[in-house]
Design a protein around this ligand. Structure first.
Ligand code: ADP
Ligand code: MG
Ligand code: MG
Length: 251
């Protein structure tokens, strides 16, 4: 069963084209890695799949579980089971982390026609989930990401992902800026959340993340297109010879 399909996606901003025909088909249970030089369009692809409003789609479509989501609002996509982890998670002052998490989970539950969780029910679920990212309860009482270190923000994001139970998760450089211990905690969390009825997309620069989370496919983007698809050996080859080596083979 196909969970996410990106068909001939062309998109840009202020008349400049960034994505120039991206095709991606992701089946349930799969983990895909997207690599590529800075500026190749990886984050733009993630943001457009999530429904970021600043970009214009000129051609193509995006399907989640065979349903077009191309014109849906980001919240609607999220409620339908799409999760995007940002490279730089935002801080939200004045909103308690646990309240934010509960609101997001209840919005998703509404879409699934499940009952709304009250604070007691939600506390219990959160307490049973914190272990996935080895997070301390104190972080729940603080403002969303407020004063969190880089690693704590990433853990919070994975906690959010664990609670939301998305169908398709896209993690944009979740490994950036993490030390080795934090990388392992985050990777373990992602591996625990991933399952045979979900799909996970990892955008990363580094092979080291892919040692922890084994991708089924590795795609390389260049100038708004996927120029090569392979298995994890492709990521290993890239680590050795760089993108230049790959491009020489291609041309
Ligand atoms: P990557 O994530 O692969 O490093 P991005 O998707 O962030 O690449 O960027 C791809 C290209 O699109 C870059 O040339 C970047 O400058 C441009 N771009 C992305 N977002 C914007 C924006 N909001 N305004 C103008 N240009 C943008
Ligand atoms: Mg990026
Ligand atoms: Mg698993």
């Amino acid at each position: 069963r196909i969970l996410l399909e990106v068909k001939n996606l062309h998109a840009g901003i202020d008349g400049n084209s960034i994505l120039k025909g991206v095709n991606l088909t992701i089946y349930e249970g799969e983990i895909h890695a997207i690599m590529g030089r800075n500026g190749s369009g990886k984050s733009t692809l993630a943001k457009i799949i999530a429904g970021h409003s600043s970009y214009e789609i000129s051609e193509g479509e995006i399907l989640l579980e065979s349903e077009s989501i191309t014109s849906l609002e980001p919240e609607e996509r999220s409620n339908k089971g799409l999760f995007l982890g940002f490279q730089y998670p935002v801080e939200v002052a004045g909103v308690k982390n646990i309240d934010f998490l509960r609101a997001a989970v209840n919005a998703r539950r509404k879409e699934l026609k499940e009952s709304e969780l009250d604070t007691f029910e939600f506390d219990e679920i959160v307490n049973n989930t914190l272990g996935i990212v080895q997070m301390n309860k104190d972080f729940l009482e603080r403002g969303v990401n407020q004063g969190f270190s880089g690693g704590e923000k990433k853990r919070n994001e994975i906690l959010q992902m664990a609670l939301l139970k998305p169908i398709v998760s896209i993690l944009d450089e979740t490994d950036s800026g993490l030390d080795i211990d934090a990388l392992r905690i985050i990777s373990n969390g992602i591996n625990k959340i991933h399952s045979k009825n979900k799909a996970t997309i990892l955008i990363t620069h580094y092979q080291r993340l892919l040692n922890e989370i084994k991708p089924d496919y590795v795609h390389v983007m260049k100038d708004g297109k996927i120029i090569k698809t392979g298995t994890k050996e492709l990521a290993i080859a890239l680590e050795k010879s760089g993108y230049e080596g790959l491009e020489q083979v291609e041309t």
